[in-house]
Design a protein around this ligand. Sequence first.
Ligand SMILES: Cc1cc2nc3c(=O)[nH]c(=O)nc-3n(C[C@H](O)[C@H](O)[C@H](O)COP(=O)(O)OP(=O)(O)OC[C@H]3O[C@@H](n4cnc5c(N)ncnc54)[C@H](O)[C@@H]3O)c2cc1C
Length: 465
Amino acid sequence: MNAYDTVVVGAGPAGLWTAAELALGGGRPLVLERAEQRSPHSKALVMHPRTIEVLAMRGQEQAFLDRGLPVPEGHFGMLPALLDFRGLDTPFPFLLAHPQLRTEELIEQHALTLGAVIRRGHQVTGLSQDEQGVTLQVSGPDGEYEITADHVVGTDGAGSTVRKAAGIEFPGTDSTVFGFLGDVELTDPPERPGYWHNEHGGLIVVPLPGGRYRVTGYSPSALTPTLESLRETAKLIAGTDFGPHSPVWLSRFGNATRLATEYRKGRVFLAGDAAHMHFPAGGVGLNVGLQDAMNLGWKLAAVQRGRADAALLDTYHAERHPVGVALGEHTKAQTALITATTEEGQSLRRFMADLLRAHPDVATALANTVTALDVRYPGVHPLAGQRLPATREQLHLLRDGRPVLLAQEGSPELKELAASTDLQLYETELPWSAAAVLMRPDGHVWAAGDTAGQLAEAMAELPLA
Ligand SMILES: Cc1cc2nc3c(=O)[nH]c(=O)nc-3n(C[C@H](O)[C@H](O)[C@H](O)COP(=O)(O)OP(=O)(O)OC[C@H]3O[C@@H](n4cnc5c(N)ncnc54)[C@H](O)[C@@H]3O)c2cc1C
């Protein structure tokens, strides 16, 4: 008998959401975090519509909306033709500017409320697994110790110890270009969030809570910025330096792009940056990490609590690894556009921007890709794996973290099916022609049918216990 059903390694956004999902599903996960305190610096600022939908599926979105700043437009590769999010088919058609520090605080509170246990100052140094479980070596404030669990989720970031100790490969490319970042005060800030790009590089200036600004972008210099270099770069790219002073964080980041070959190895799973790293173009990493966690959490909880067959766990890699592949592809494409400072590169950027302006449907497709609204998982039925393009109220129907039956009309047969499968049945307008669907807890269709009989038949194929 193992001490824990799941140990989650790393209390970043992906680990905290995984722990919350496991606790919601009836487990009591333990999170081990090596840092004694959370970093005061927020890498991520941007949350995407699909992530806000994820939060809404657990009734958690309001606190983020209250504190965040909705921004109706995003960019692809810092092209001047911005992507308009207002027409996207989601109740949250905007980017939400919300610093990572606050995101982690809110998710941690949610996880603790549900019963997750978080130990800070505990660094995992190694692991081994066999048929009985996983043994983790941990270095804590009182010394070294071992702990056993049925499953381990490595959400310990790009340098993941869990990934290495489990023997999972992380192939890809090293950094060849670097972006710069300064969280500073500005004496002469731009009136609105601004994007600039020319033969000297790219620049983004966005407000942060508390009156500071993030001045970030790309210039061919590979050095960590100083206030002086930030001024010079801003002048070269935007024609003015906005008067930066009082920096709280000056940093740089690279375009190393890597993807774990296996998101699952036996009893060990990877999610978030532990599974994928890339240039932070378009602000996607935290978003994809939370979406990984949303995909894995309910499955692991359902298998551990005997509500689903172990085969369900194999679908995690099958569904999320392709998303990681696509993530690497579009962030590399964006990196190429952001770093396109040559004469030819500038022409390419103008050409692409003109195309986006002339073909709004292409811009919408890009917006759906960057925001993960177009993620669809494989399935037998034509609807299976599709994301529910839902209202906010419909997303709230999933707040218990269990699958639910959604039907245009709750016929006696459907009511009987719901009772016999111990599932909640809700009458609601469906965006598809099917009369009823079984919705997964992560908001993707699991099975569909025009009659209760058809739906029951489709459900019989699922790895439900
Ligand atoms: C400049 C910059 C800007 C970005 N902007 C955005 C953005 O706007 N939007 C967006 O979505 N993403 C953005 N990202 C990416 C985003 O910050 C990351 O994708 C996100 O932090 C990943 O979350 P995670 O939980 O997977 O890993 P992390 O946040 O890296 O958390 C991993 C945790 O594991 C802990 N840990 C590590 N090793 C161990 C161990 N051995 N034992 C125990 N604990 C361990 C670490 O201390 C850490 O707390 C940006 C990144 C950068 C660099």
